[in-house]
Design a protein around this ligand. Structure first.
Ligand SMILES: [Fe+2]
Ligand SMILES: [Fe+2]
Length: 485
């Protein structure tokens, strides 16, 4: 494309008015002949700098191969000597199984399935003979019992206690949590739709509870390790196609995997990479997103992703789940990104799903519900996504607040955390964070997108370019930064 200097006299002669910013820009810069022609033929009263920017960005060459790779000839990766040990747990993944038509019956079946499976987790942890249903409450007068139920309403009473409306499969009940009990402090964390076990006594029409329990995971678990000394790298929120995609930093990550940067021993252990959603920035995800995109074609965005994946060494298995920016249905559970969009050698899975890697149970979920958990519960923030992840884990449900996050009421609730994971991996909040809780590693893998204007406005500080890598034999979690030169 030929660059030209705009002929300001010609523009003036054609009675096209330039704003001072546009005049200054054209005086100092060359533009493509095509953009110049568009300015000359413009029927706008004024040509502004923003209009010129718009014309220039639509001219930008689409970078389908953004990542150049430097391979190190003497790099002898340990992971190359082994075949992959990876398995998708099919029943955990909605892909190809969605049969919801959105009828009332679907919602009833969905909630019944959620209640059955979460309450089963609670029952497994308690002596069966103390548990009653809402229907059996009246017959338990005076005796100490446990009631497992879903919270449908929560409000303070005039006396400063907490009053809950709860439901189970047989009916509903009112639960009072007195202010001078241990349960009262925990009750501030109760969210609507939480399924909780209440300990207490029935008195007239009220169940007075002084202790409560979330489904949780068993106390005595320890972190699981493996025989083989393998590395798993966790990434998410790459946002290919966004102007803020950190191309240079991502190239550092790819080069590191190819043995061309520091920490080569660890790089050589990496046998798996999990990409936990928002592979691309997508289109039409939020108003005026076009302004933030360098590539406005969803196919091209995935071509950029493919081009980057092809630079990853062949012996590494890449597993990719979708996020809310990807080209699958927004509502959860999300099926895998279709093969028509991703051609590279990547295992495509849904969100959420369970995968076993080297025998370690991984729960992969993009993390869209983190927004509603953080907004709905006091004491949580985007600064520590792992704390919000813990609240999710102890509820054994990935999106506990129904309605705040789009959910398809499938007959089976795929968002129930049926098995205790060894690793629970999420993204979405663009902030690295981790903790180990009762043997489960809770991990948020940050992003490769620079801070967006929206994040500046809301005061959110992302942590781009930092990749957590787990060494499965020792259980050590490393954080490798690809920021800087
Ligand atoms: Fe994202
Ligand atoms: Fe996201």
């Amino acid at each position: 494309m030929v660059s030209v200097k705009a002929d300001l006299k010609e523009i003036h002669a054609k009675h096209i008015r330039l704003t001072p910013e546009a005049y200054e820009f054209l005086e100092k810069n060359e533009i493509s002949g095509e953009v110049y022609q568009k300015i000359i033929l413009s029927d706008s009263l004024f040509v502004t700098k923003e209009m010129i920017d718009g014309l220039l960005s639509s001219q930008e060459k689409i970078p389908t191969k953004p990542v150049s790779v430097a391979r190190s000839p003497d790099f002898k990766p340990y992971a190359k000597e082994y075949s992959a040990n990876f398995r998708l747990i099919d029943r955990s993944d909605i892909t190809g199984k969605s049969n919801c038509t959105g009828k009332i019956e679907d919602f009833v079946a969905h909630f019944r399935n959620r209640f059955e499976r979460v309450s089963k987790i609670l029952r497994m942890r308690m002596a069966e003979n103390t548990i009653v249903t809402t229907k059996q409450l009246k017959g338990s007068q005076g005796g100490k019992v446990r009631l497992i139920a879903m919270v449908t309403e929560k409000r303070p009473t005039k006396k400063g206690n907490i009053l809950l409306n709860v439901e189970d499969e047989e009916g509903c009940a009112k639960v009072v949590i007195p202010k001078d009990t241990d349960a009262y402090k925990l009750a501030s964390h109760i969210l609507l739709d939480d399924i909780v076990a209440f300990d207490g006594k029935n008195a007239d029409e009220l169940f007075i509870s002084d202790a409560l329990t979330w489904p949780e995971i068993p106390f005595a678990r320890v972190q699981k390790k493996t025989e083989r000394d393998i590395g798993i790298a966790y990434v998410s929120d790459l946002h290919f196609g966004s102007k803020k995609f950190l191309e240079k930093e991502f190239a550092h990550f790819i080069n590191w995997l190819n043995g061309s940067e520091g920490k080569r021993e660890l790089a050589g252990k990496v046998k798996y990479i999990i990409v936990c959603g928002d592979l691309v920035d997508g289109i039409g995800i939020y108003p005026e997103q076009e302004k933030e995109l360098v590539v406005k074609d969803i196919y091209k965005q995935y071509e950029m992703f493919d081009a980057a994946m092809e630079k990853i060494p062949d012996y590494i298995t890449v597993i990719a789940a979708p996020g809310n920016h990807d080209a699958v249905r927004r509502a959860e559970p999300q099926p895998a990104i279709p093969r028509e969009l991703i051609r590279s050698d990547v295992e495509l899975v849904g969100s959420p799903c369970n995968v076993e890697i080297e025998g370690l149970k991984h729960l992969l979920y993009h993390g869209t519900s983190l927004d509603s958990i953080i907004a709905g519960m006091g004491g949580l923030s985007y600064e520590k996504p792992e704390e919000a992840m813990l609240e999710i884990l102890r509820r054994r449900h990935l999106s506990p607040i129904y309605g705040d996050n789009l959910i398809v009421p499938e007959e089976r609730d795929y968002l129930v955390i049926e098995e205790e994971p060894d690793v629970m991996h999420m993204g979405h909040v663009h902030k690295n964070g981790y903790m180990t809780y009762r043997g489960t590693l809770l991990l948020n893998s940050g992003t490769f997108q620079d801070r967006t204007d929206y994040q500046v406005r809301v005061g959110h500080h992302p942590t781009p370019g930092i990749v957590p890598v787990l060494e499965t034999k020792s259980g050590k979690l490393n954080h490798i930064s690809f920021m800087g030169e």
